[in-house]
Ligand binder design. Structure first.
Ligand code: GLC
Length: 409
């Protein structure tokens, strides 16, 4: 039997549209590479040394959650265990965990408590399928352990995450990339067998019927996956060369970095502008996708202030324009070079992303549309229709430097 998330859970996930991805762990200490353990071939004992020294004394879960809330983000996806195998919560299934490090606290517990204090934010978990530390994954040939020992660990951790921290938004998997060539570069990435997804997904859907299952496989979704994810790309675009161009009828999600990295990397400065990030959110929504935007807090536990500021600026825009994002579905008005649309039933939100002219013309506007007004302040927008072509006459003070949203009813 393959279960799915409940209809309510699927709808809720699509309605919330904007989330915060958080990549955090001991690799923020050297802060040189997202995959530093693999890329620099750091031996397990050497990596363990600084992992156990992890001590982010400035970590404040309420602060992170408040940045997300100010940004208008409605869910958090946190790395419970990344590929380095270090559990960022108090798992009973391993001693290689944050509560055994100098830090001694459980950030997942603190994040779950901080999220529970608010009604508008849900916590979800990233879990790596790949493990560069576990004796039954990486070292099964030497350790005498079997692949099934790793499966017990992986499935057991998922059970913990679905049991110990209240109601969650999602389980988000990563590290199984069937279309990639990672085994040529890193042979020990190769799993020792199947991840037994049917059993894994059923476990989640049984314990957390509202939570959605997402697996970042860069490939067509498997049975039991509720959402198709696109990494660093809008749905179907594959500008990064590792995504599939196939867009399934499932709910969608785009995950993306603000700079060029998932984790905190010293000296990283290529931060996307507030406007570019807001446009990705709008373009995701217009394609029927959530936008999961990543921050990589540093080894002290602080989110880059530039990222926090840009997130809050997106939140400011959402305060007056959120109606055109939350609870909407894929737009039906064909996109142009300067516009996209979202929709809620017969209400269409036209997003003018680039200020092209005072009287832009849009084709393919549904027949039901008779009137137009600016979402921000309700002011009327004059329109002229010719067949399915609609010309809008915008006053100068009606423009928004990020995205001018016109409501068509
Ligand atoms: C890629 C990266 C991984 C990261 C993930 C987030 O799969 O390899 O490190 O966690 O993207 O989407």
């Amino acid at each position: 039997m393959t279960l799915q998330a409940s209809a309510q859970g699927l709808n809720r996930f699509q309605d919330i549209r904007f989330g915060m991805f958080i990549h955090w762990g001991p690799s923020a200490i050297p802060a040189r590479h997202d995959w530093i353990m693999a890329a620099e071939a750091i031996a397990v004992p050497d990596y363990e040394q600084f992992a156990y020294g992890f001590n982010p004394t400035r970590f404040n879960a309420d602060e992170w959650v408040s940045i997300a809330a100010d940004a208008g983000q409605k869910y958090l996806v946190f790395t419970s265990r990344h590929h380095d195998g270090f559990s960022m919560y108090d798992t009973a299934l391993s001693d290689y965990k944050v509560t055994r490090a100098t830090f001694g606290r459980d950030p997942v517990r603190e994040l779950a408590d901080a999220a529970a204090r608010r009604s508008d934010i849900k916590l979800g978990f990233y879990s790596s399928l790949l493990d560069w530390h576990h004796p039954a994954y990486r070292f099964r040939h030497e350790s005498g352990l079997a692949w099934s020992d790793y499966l017990d660990f992986l499935h057991g951790q998922v059970r913990e995450l679905c049991t110990n921290y209240g109601e969650i938004a999602c389980m988000w998997f990563d590290g199984d990339w069937p279309r990639g060539n990672q085994f040529e570069v890193y042979p020990y990435f190769r799993p020792g067998g199947s991840f037994e997804y049917d059993r894994l997904y059923d476990l989640i859907h049984t314990l957390q019927p509202q939570a959605v299952v997402i697996n970042n496989r860069h490939d067509d979704p498997l049975p039991g996956e509720d959402v198709q994810n696109f990494e660093q790309d809008l749905p179907g675009m594959n500008t990064v060369d590792f995504n599939t161009t196939y867009v399934s009828p499932l709910p969608l999600e785009v995950c993306m970095t603000i700079n060029d990295h998932w984790f905190y990397i010293e000296g990283s400065r290529n931060h996307k502008s507030t406007r570019a990030l807001a446009h990705y959110l709008v373009r995701s929504a217009s394609a029927g996708a959530n936008y999961l935007l990543n921050v990589g807090p540093n080894a002290e536990g602080v989110i880059n202030p530039i990222h926090a500021r840009r997130l809050r600026e997106i939140g400011e825009w959402l305060k007056t324009n959120g109606e055109s994002i939350y609870g909407t579905r894929k737009g039906v008005i064909p996109p142009t070079a300067f516009s996209v649309s979202t929709r809620r039933a017969d209400t269409h939100y036209l997003h003018l992303l680039d200020d092209q002219s005072d009287a832009p013309t849009i084709s393919g506007v549904p027949e039901t549309v008779r009137q137009a007004h600016l979402l921000r302040d309700g002011s009327a927008v004059m329109i002229e229709r010719q067949a399915d072509r609609l010309t809008l006459f915008l006053a100068e003070d009606q423009r928004d430097p990020i995205d001018t949203v016109v409501v068509l009813t």
